[in-house]
Design a protein around this ligand. Structure first.
Ligand code: NAG
Ligand code: NAG
Ligand code: NAG
Ligand code: NAG
Ligand code: NAG
Ligand code: NAG
Ligand code: NAG
Length: 387
């Protein structure tokens, strides 16, 4: 009777010990790694990392966008900088120019293919100016990258004033490739389909994502940082539109976050497969969801307040109204009111109902650059290493 228990106990303690060893050896490996030198960043994504793409092609942002840092609208869906900006800054690289921006851009140290309202899959309704999605979905962003890689080298070889604005050919294998996309595939689904149907579409969306990562690898990309998606159910645009959806302890719309978490679960699974099929790649999965969610769970601990309420917006419980956005005007009692910023964006989480403030982006960057939220648990500066 006793021996199986002893055996079990023994087995358990041996496996715990092994896990500890494994953990310790992972940490030792991390400590032994050198910082990488990333001469360039190539980014694919949506408004979370758009540094001017959609603004260059369609309706540009207007004040008060950009007021905190750039002091003018800078193509970003925030009052200031985005996570990708803090990333570039930490490598000592210039802020990334948007590939679609033909004015005053410099691609020497990378290019940004992200546009706001981008999806992974071809969206059903295209035209961001009337509430549709960006035509530059992930396949299109990949095709832009294909052109960029070839044409930038032709331009370098020609010489002249444009040559120096292009990356050197050896930057491509050394660069960091970052992905932050998927929110809008879910958002588009929610506006049109049941939660269950959106959830059921997740495996196809993630599969499509994986294929695009493989294609970038086939073009020579080796270091990848893949962000998962954030807690979409905590955003005012979801909370306002689905006001009767079940709330969690922090006031976020639980069923919508559940779908985001399922997306992230499938994404993590897909990344495990990618590591097997792309043997020369270093692929870091970054749990941005958890870093962002901590702002809704314990805002005061991190110096934030009113996490579910948009800073720049108008009306309702969440200071958000679909028909009048940040920077717009609304007629109330016969007088025109400008929809401007709150008094202190530096202590607020959400900027305009769907996007984060510079302060929140900085907080999330600080969290995710250490490795605490990464798999493997290596800091951003070491993202070129396979573990
Ligand atoms: C790596 O870079 C980080 C951030 O720039 C720096 O704090 C750290 O000292 C560097 N580590 C090594 C081993 O050079
Ligand atoms: C991704 O899905 C779109 C349809 O949304 C399809 O046209 C495209 O071929 C898919 N891309 C890949 C790489 O499978
Ligand atoms: C809000 O929800 C309704 C249906 O409940 C949908 O028609 C509309 O497109 C949604 N809007 C957004 C922005 O998701
Ligand atoms: C709603 O979804 C269907 C497919 O399920 C699609 O054909 C249709 O265009 C979508 N409508 C909108 C407004 O997105
Ligand atoms: C989404 O689908 C998965 C797999 O079928 C399931 O485990 C999960 O409960 C579903 N989530 C929602 C919110 O429907
Ligand atoms: C949004 O604003 C419009 C006026 O632009 C108003 O008619 C509507 O009631 C507002 N919606 C909410 C939920 O406050
Ligand atoms: C509009 O008028 C109503 C009725 O006089 C008043 O209660 C409300 O506060 C006014 N709204 C604004 C924004 O001034």
């Amino acid at each position: 009777m006793e021996s199986p228990i002893i055996l079990n106990y023994f087995t358990i303690s041996v496996s715990c010990f092994c896990m500890l060893l494994l953990y310790a050896s992972t940490l030792n490996l991390v400590f032994a790694l050198k910082n990488c030198t990333f001469p360039a960043i190539f980014n694919f994504g949506d408004s979370n990392s758009d540094t001017g793409g959609l603004s260059a092609a369609f309706s540009p942002r207007t004040p008060p966008y950009g007021e905190t840092f750039f002091h003018t609208p800078a193509g970003r869906y925030s009052d200031g900088r985005l996570i990708i900006d803090f990333m570039a800054l930490s490598f000592g690289l210039p802020y990334l120019s948007a590939y679609l921006d033909s004015l005053g851009t410099n691609f020497k140290h990378g290019a940004n293919f992200a546009t706001a309202a981008s999806t992974i899959m071809l969206p059903a309704t295209i035209m961001p100016t009337v509430g549709g999605y960006s035509p530059f979905y992930l396949d299109a962003q990949y095709m832009e990258f294909v052109q960029f890689k070839i044409r930038s080298q032709i331009i370098r070889q020609k010489g002249g004033i444009y040559a120096n604005l292009m990356p050197e050919s050896e930057y491509f294998p050394k660069a960091l490739y970052t992905f932050d996309i998927g929110h809008n595939d879910l958002g588009e689904g929610f506006s049109n389909m049941s939660i269950e149907a959106v959830n059921a579409s997740v495996p196809d969306i993630v599969n499509n994502f994986s294929i695009n990562v493989k294609r970038v690898y086939d073009l020579g990309g080796r270091s990848f940082r893949i962000h998962n998606i954030g807690p979409i159910g905590c955003l005012p645009y979801i909370l306002t539109n689905f006001s009767t959806a079940e709330r969690d302890n922090y006031g976020c719309a639980k069923p919508y976050n559940d779908v985001a978490q399922y997306f992230n679960y499938k994404l993590k699974e897909a990344i495990v497969q990618l590591r097997i099929s792309l043997p020369l790649a270093a692929i870091t999965h970054v749990d941005v969801y958890s870093a962002k969610y901590s702002l809704f769970r314990e805002p005061n601990k991190y110096g934030f307040e009113l996490p579910l309420v948009a800073c720049c917006g108008y009306g309702g419980k969440y200071n958000y109204n679909t028909s009048v956005g940040c920077g717009g005007t609304i007629t109330v009692n016969g007088s025109q009111i400008f929809v401007g910023s709150c008094a202190r964006p530096s202590v607020r989480v959400i900027w305009d109902g769907a996007h984060y403030t510079e302060a929140a982006n900085k907080f999330v960057f600080d969290q995710i650059s250490t490795g605490t939220f990464s798999d493997p648990p290596i800091p951003l500066t070491m993202a070129c290493h396979r573990l």
